[in-house]
Write a protein that binds this ligand. Sequence first.
Ligand code: AMP
Ligand code: MG
Length: 498
Amino acid sequence: MSIHNAPGSPTLFDFDNSYARQLDGFYRRCLPETAPKPQLIRLNRQLAKELRADADQLASPQGVAVLAGNLLPAGADPLAQAYAGHQFGGFSPRLGDGRALLLGEVIDRHGKRRDIAFKGSGRTPFSRSGDGKCALGPALREYIVGEAMAALGIPTTRALAVVATGDMVRRERALPGALLTRVAASHVRVGTFEFFAAHHGPEKVRQLADYVIERHDPQLAGTERPYLGLLEAVTERQAELVARWLGVGFIHGVMNTDNMTLSGETIDYGPCAFMEAYNPGTVFSSIDRHGRYAYDQQADIAQWNLARLAECLLPLIDPDEEQAMRLAVAEIEAFPERHARHWLAVMRDKLGLDAEGDAAVDRALASDFLELLQQQQADFTNAFRALFDAANGSDAAIKQLLGQNPRYTEWQARWLNRLAQRSPAQLAIMQRANPCYIARNHLVENALEAAVDRGDLAPFERLLGVLAEPFDERPADALYAEPAPAEVTAAYQTFCGT
Ligand code: AMP
Ligand code: MG
């Protein structure tokens, strides 16, 4: 008897599995592999609460057995989702969950449906030549960066737990294996649509689209053009998401269509990284040789990915092909404007400006500030935070960063002139738009190295604590706000090897 079928499965989650129920044929059922010696590395107690689960029960030996994939909780219906994807521009018709499994869904405390999924739970029908495993370092990396993004208020999948499996996984060297439990508004990707458009035709695409509408955009059901509406809703979410990324210097690193959600949550923290000194062409990913997914390319790539989604939806948008095409193209062409609107909103918040001013004036203020940052190679995060200090009356820090540039004084005068109209509430918004603490690459690497090479989780825990409250400056955490040494950043590369 497999341990999965052990009697008396614990009731850890109140599962209600709509994907399994409504989308027969869109997945393959599959069990997680067993972990020889599970050890709970981290449990997100707050998130457990949000999911209406008992954190103590999750941390108990039985709970850890569940989080290790050794014991199925009552009501779970584990499955691997089918999807395709454009990876670096080329179409891969069959990807799918090769190292992930959807355990099931719960309705959280806010009434929102959330997926609970494993990453690194072993081989599935979609694993191809992969082992289906995840190393501890990348699992912790996803935990840190995802939770940091959540604390910054950016839509993202969440990390519920990391369990070390006791297995070694073979990468360039043998590494300790781990299983990450990931929580998402859903795991439906642009690539999910591409899979069914490529292999099964419009009726399956319609079934998937209806599911997504019911789950994410129920107001569209029964409207005249629900599928065009869906395209518009996803476009709007992605236009905002990328603007929010840009606002914190986030570089996703691998914006393939299989890594773009319909929900508008950031997903798949592989080779992502935060920018240090401002340079719009920044790219860290070792496999992104041509800078396809560089910081300043992300909006264009999001639009390109949305065009792939639009192609899948075309037959549903209108029976008249030309009309469908006209409508879809108009939607995709509206992306830059949508994105620019969100970008301006993000930048206004960062600069402490209200929404009442002249858009062209504010856009110029933002772009000119970024140009100054680039000229001075100033740290993106710290420069904006210094600007917040300047709005509060102390401009020493910003002068230290940018004061050598003769154009700075002129810029500051323009900015202060515009800022004169500010309300007190604006300062609070400005603070929450300009974090002191981001998941800096050297900090993340240090935490992972300590955890993986020395079994020391203290730096990981400490970093998580700092990143959980990113907007309040704390003298005791000053080191966490310091940029990496320039030579570290210059040589820094991220890898997909999760
Ligand atoms: P990603 O780069 O993480 O977005 O993954 C791209 C595709 O490769 C997905 O279909 C994954 O399931 C698959 N994949 C990545 N790593 C593995 C692995 N170790 N074993 C099996 N499949 C994998
Ligand atoms: Mg992926």
